[in-house]
Design a binder for this molecule. Structure first.
Ligand SMILES: Cc1cc2nc3c(=O)[nH]c(=O)nc-3n(C[C@H](O)[C@H](O)[C@H](O)COP(=O)(O)OP(=O)(O)OC[C@H]3O[C@@H](n4cnc5c(N)ncnc54)[C@H](O)[C@@H]3O)c2cc1C
Length: 540
């Protein structure tokens, strides 16, 4: 725990959060501000419920920023024969990329290299690509086989020895931390109270029902309670620890598997990603991401403390070894590693190995009324939020559920945002403009507004990256950042590019300590006027 100085802006912000949380009874308190908790909070708040979401660390600080960053149909589900799931995931992927979050979720061609003696033949992969794209109604064109020459043009570091062509298909990718942040904005815009660095240490119970949570502020140490009509446990890998607070005899509901990734410097620009078959069921990815190359992932059963999960040297060796089946060794040099991370998949209980387990969402009702939800895919976060809301609805029947598609805050095509930014702020370099447009959408104009008021904020945080100091100020005023780690890892891309020096971290900490939050970050934002629901429109 950090001692916050009296008079520090950070202390003022903690006090504002406490004031909001102690005001009255919430309809729903969500434990866990990963994507599942944030999505649940967003859906519940825009359905008219008074919601708080509480995270022991930073929003998306655990699994939700440790993913492969794919918004995808799920090629492995096709191999498992789950055609319906692939169809549904594709629909969600396209909805996000085309309409709901085009600023954050971008399409990406993928190649499946087929080597002599490899686990898959050309006919099987050719047919698989076609079916995969058919399940997306060919909206990205038909999946197909491409020649080794064409594949090497798209991926300059592709190993071509023994290559017999590649399958080609389309999925989407994202910066998972930034998407989670935009969902946090969406929840806050709908009136939810969001609190990070607040650990749930117990549950409040009256007459055998859970009626709130006991929390401990991890930054300034105070303990207090938050009252709620319904408590949702969305604590990801910690889900069973929270269930044990409700029922100490509760049997485990899930098992965990670790997945690690590394980010390496990209030598030449790739125009496609690689899905590298390792055996009949497993693949490893090599994906251009944030101007670097993202490699991974591993899949190992995990039984330790979820907070201690880390990418080890053995994981790094495994990831590089698996990538080397399709990537030239010069692109895989150990000195080019910029960042490494690991996260935990939450899987349904079962006997089989974790690599072949379905990534299903597990929802349970506890004996004292708590709803627990864990697992599933990032890709389907909106659907998971709706599903939990349906369960809340069973406990609070008066609530109407708003299932209309809502766009994520800042939604607009990034090229259009960039065009306006360029016209309004011609001095901003092109890479900075493109970076802001792709990570903030129309909210980039708020950052540009900060720069207009203080041109020093256009300075790059590190000369080799596109992040600028306006993002740090915005992280403090509008995006719940309390620690330099929040900024370098999840609000910006400084750390994933390997640019977070000690000096930069110290300077960011100074900005955070001296910048007051705008009222909108730490206390409920004014609820926007509710739209007429489609069902009501039809009745009119
Ligand atoms: C290696 C890996 C790769 C993946 N790749 C993809 C992918 O490419 N595409 C895809 O669609 N899906 C992917 N997934 C799945 C996806 O990342 C997860 O389904 C999703 O992030 C789970 O989010 P969550 O909110 O349930 O969990 P988390 O993000 O872990 O959130 C749980 C939160 O609960 C908080 N918490 C815990 N205890 C307490 C407490 N006592 N009080 C308050 N808060 C508490 C934690 O601090 C944490 O922030 C991947 C998963 C892994 C592990």
């Amino acid at each position: 725990m950090r001692a916050l100085r009296a008079g520090s802006r950070l202390l003022e912000r903690r006090q504002a959060i406490r004031g909001s949380l102690e005001r009255g009874v919430f309809d729903v308190v969500v434990i866990g501000g990963g994507i599942v908790g944030l999505s649940t909070a967003w859906q519940a708040a825009r359905s008219g419920l008074r919601v708080a979401v509480i995270d022991a660390g930073d929003f998306a600080g655990a699994t939700s920023s440790a993913s492969t960053k794919l918004v995808h149909g799920g090629l492995r589900y096709l191999a498992m024969g789950d055609v319906r799931l692939v169809y549904e995931n594709h629909a969600e992927r396209r909805a996000l990329g085309d309409k709901l979050a085009p600023h954050l979720v971008q399409s990406m061609p993928f190649l499946v290299p087929l080597y002599e003696g490899g686990p898959h033949g050309r006919v099987k992969i050719g047919a698989g690509m076609l079916v995969y794209s058919a399940l997306s109604r060919f909206e990205d064109g038909p999946g197909r086989l491409v020649s080794s020459k064409k594949a090497a043009d798209l991926v300059p570091a592709l190993k071509t020895e023994g290559l017999r062509g590649c399958g080609q298909y389309v999925d989407h990718q994202m910066n998972d931390s930034r998407v989670a942040l935009m969902v946090a904005h969406a929840a806050a815009d709908s009136g939810a109270v969001l609190a990070n660095y607040l650990e749930v240490v117990g549950l409040r119970e009256v007459a055998g029902r859970i009626v709130g949570v006991e929390v401990k502020d991890r930054l300034e140490g105070s303990e207090y309670g938050v009252d709620a009509r319904v408590v949702v446990n969305a604590a990801g890998p910690w889900v069973d620890r929270i269930r044990a607070m409700e029922d100490p005899a509760a049997a485990p509901s899930v098992r965990l598997s670790k997945g690690a990734h590394i980010v390496v410097r990209q030598h030449q620009r790739w125009q496609a990603a690689l899905t590298i078959p390792l055996d009949a069921g497993r693949v490893s990815f090599a994906i251009p991401w944030e101007d670097q190359l993202l490699l991974g992932t591993t899949d190992q059963p995990y039984e330790g403390d979820p907070g201690a999960v880390a990418c080890t040297d053995a994981d790094v060796r495994q990831i590089l070894d698996e990538a080397s089946r399709a990537v030239e060794p010069e692109q895989l040099a150990a000195q080019d590693i910029r960042y490494r991370f690991a996260g935990l998949r939450v899987l349904p209980l079962g006997d089989g190995d974790t690599q072949h387990a379905k990534r299903e969402t597990v929802v349970t009702h506890g004996p004292r009324g708590m709803i627990s939800v864990a697992g599933g895919k990032w890709t389907t976060f909106r659907r998971i939020g709706y599903e939990v809301l349906q369960r809340v609805h069973e406990l609070l029947p008066a609530v109407e559920i708003d299932t209309d598609d809502a766009v994520l805050p800042g939604a607009a095509h990034p090229d259009l945002v960039a065009r306006v930014l360029r016209a309004s702020y011609p001095d901003l370099p092109d890479d900075v403009v493109a970076h802001l447009a792709r990570h903030y959408g129309t909210y980039a104009h708020e950052l540009a507004g900060l720069i207009a008021a203080d041109p020093a904020l256009a300075r790059r945080i590190h000369p080799d990256g596109p992040d600028v100091w306006a993002q740090v100020v915005y992280a403090a005023t509008d995006e719940w950042a309390f620690d330099s780690d929040d900024v370098v890892r999840r609000r910006t891309t400084v750390e994933v590019r390997g640019l977070a020096t000690a000096e930069i971290r110290a300077d960011i900490a100074k900005v955070l300590a001296s910048t007051p939050a705008r009222a909108r970050a730490d206390v409920p934002r004014p609820r926007r006027r509710r739209r007429v629901r489609r069902s009501q429109e039809r009745q009119l």
